[in-house]
Design a protein around this ligand. Sequence first.
Ligand code: PMP
Length: 431
Amino acid sequence: MNQDEILLARSEFLFPAVFHLYREPLVLARSKDQYVWDADGRQYLDFFGGIVTVSIGHCNDEINARVHRQIDTLGHTSTLYSSGPMMKLAQQLASISPNGALTRSMFTNSGSEANETAIHAARMFTGNSDIIALRHSYHGRSQLAAALTGNQAWRYSGPPAAGITFAHNAYCYRCPFGLTYPNCELRCATDVKDLIRTTTSGRVAGMIAEPIQGVGGFITPPPEYFGIVADTVRQHGGVFISDEVQTAWGRTGDKWFGIEHWGVTPDILTSAKGLANGLPIGLTLARDEVARAVPSPTIATFGGNPISSEAACAVLDFIEAHGLRTRTAENGAYLREGLLALQDKHPLIGDVRGMGLLQAMELVTDRASRTPATAQAAALLEAARELGLLLGKGGLHGNCIRLSPPMNIGKADIDEFLLRLDRSFETISSQ
Ligand code: PMP
């Protein structure tokens, strides 16, 4: 199929609701390491990494070699049968889990399923039903995961799920209480106690939160935040669930998991995306007692399939062997410096935030009013595309530029990225 045929088929045969980022959908034909190519052979530097999923480069040679071997050896088992790759992965995950405390895995196929499993486990373990989620969150596209999502664009039109209540997030750039850190004394975190007392039965099943809100625009809470909210939730009978679909596997630098930067050990952790570098996988990792509370039987047809599991083991091995957690911290700091220099130059950039190679810029039409620059963010993506650069976008107002390149990029890629980003800003300011 050529590009026109692909676009025509898309418009005729896909659900029209399927979202894409550009005026004209981008058709990809090929990819390698930090680059993708469209159907016309144009090369793009990929600084979104397939929505934070291509953690160690497109079509990574080392991962692909292991996937090829696996696909010719054992391709499908379901969770009904056991396999070496599934158990090797479960063992590896237990050994790197925060404080070694989460030792039991349930494998599924996506972040949405991983979160469904986590909420089910939290409710079974505690005997409570109320769940606290955060405003501006994204937890997936199933009916329950969408109901946990604090962003109207992604909540769809299904009937509302009962028993979910939303806390204010730690959005310091737009503090929901109009306060400034640290004088705020973490009002957003201490408010969770009031939230429980006023909107729940007083006994909760748990709280689910992304350490850094991904779709929300890489909103990064202050260091004290998760310690306070996790304690509050536990005091009211609940568990703390860290949704690490975007923040795991070294993406935030130095640590395997985002939540470790806040010194909190979750009771349940979910992930997907970057774990298998693009192959489908969902993970719910839980403390032994929590996992034991899930009633038997349970099953996932594609869960823990040997190909995704082997790919995931290969990804973890690659991150370890290449020292990528440390490198991500270093390259993340280098990228951040470059973004701050661009902020000095381009008034559109109101805020720069994130950790490691998960960095965002929030665009505003003027810095005093902080009015979201939604149209400008869309224009920036188009201008960058013209210059052979892929960026991500997010935020409640679609005005946050999200950056999550593969973690094995080098400084030269960051230099090239900053050059093209600078030119993209220049293009839209002269429009
Ligand atoms: N949680 C978070 C934090 C996510 O970013 C996403 C996907 N954007 C999901 C859950 C859902 O994952 P999936 O699309 O694999 O269902």
